[in-house]
Design a protein around this ligand. Structure first.
Ligand code: HEM
Length: 223
């Protein structure tokens, strides 16, 4: 077991498994965000918080997935860097994409975004005057809709979210295909297809996420 943890293969498998869990989360979250288009987002948020114990179990699980993913990502990146310092026995010219090369940096941007985002919409200490917790809707529920609309009516705030989503797009473009490779689910022949599928899923998520700040900033979603 210890050797599994210590081996590069073990670390990569854990990276891929924890990454998959987080991919499921971002898929579910974007679908949750879509409730804004149907006028249900306050109801949806209220339901999410209806079972606090379950919510906290889920949060702790996701936090441990994130912690492991970040820890192993940093370790693997250091190992790669150290290995690159050693001279190659055979000079290999490996083709790599922009997204693959900057995984650690796009990951860091997502991490920074996540801290900001949680302070913004979960803890609600950034723009506290807009906090859903202290502004109830007509049904007496925290007004998440109002918080989002008033927040993203500011161009810099909408822009910040869109920029962060570019990092997510790049990270997932490489991350999804990397998952299939790590688990040995691709062959030489199916690799281009897997790469395309990863890019399509990442692009759909990107469009889904940026749609909310963009619809609001251009005035298509209003109070
Ligand atoms: C434009 C993009 C996004 C919008 C509009 C958005 C919106 C929101 C809102 C309104 C909440 C608070 C829900 C509530 O508790 O009432 C929330 C929570 C959260 N969001 Fe996002 N989000 C976006 C992107 C993301 C991304 C890309 C990630 C992950 C990388 C993410 C991770 C989270 C997490 C972890 C929470 C806290 C969930 C909890 O309460 O445990 N969000 N988001």
């Amino acid at each position: 077991m210890l050797t599994f943890w210590k081996s590069t293969v073990g670390k990569k498998l854990l990276m891929a498994a924890t990454g998959l869990m987080m991919l499921f989360f971002v898929l579910a979250h974007v679908l949750g965000n879509f409730t804004i288009y149907f006028g249900w987002i306050n109801n949806y948020a209220e339901h999410l918080h209806a079972l606090p114990a379950l919510l906290w179990v889920f949060r702790l699980f996701m936090l441990s997935m994130l912690g492991l993913h970040v820890f192993l990502g940093i370790q693997l990146s250091w190992e790669n860097r150290a290995a690159r310092g050693e001279p190659y026995a055979v000079k290999a010219t490996r083709r790599t994409t922009f997204a693959a090369k900057y995984m650690i940096w796009t990951g860091a941007v997502i991490g920074a975004f996540l801290i900001y985002h949680l302070l913004h919409f979960t803890v609600q200490v950034i723009q506290p005057e807009l906090a859903a917790r202290t502004n109830m809707d007509a049904a007496g529920q925290p007004d998440v809709f109002r918080m989002l609309v008033l927040s993203f009516q500011s161009f810099p705030m909408a822009g910040l979210y869109v920029l962060a989503m570019i990092a997510l797009l790049l990270h997932l473009t490489h991350g999804i295909q990397s998952f299939f490779q790590t688990f040995g689910l691709t062959s030489e022949n199916s690799l281009p297809g897997t790469q395309r599928a990863g890019t399509v899923v990442a692009a759909l998520l990107f469009i889904g996420y940026i749609s909310v700040p963009i619809f609001i900033v251009v005035g298509l979603l209003n109070l």
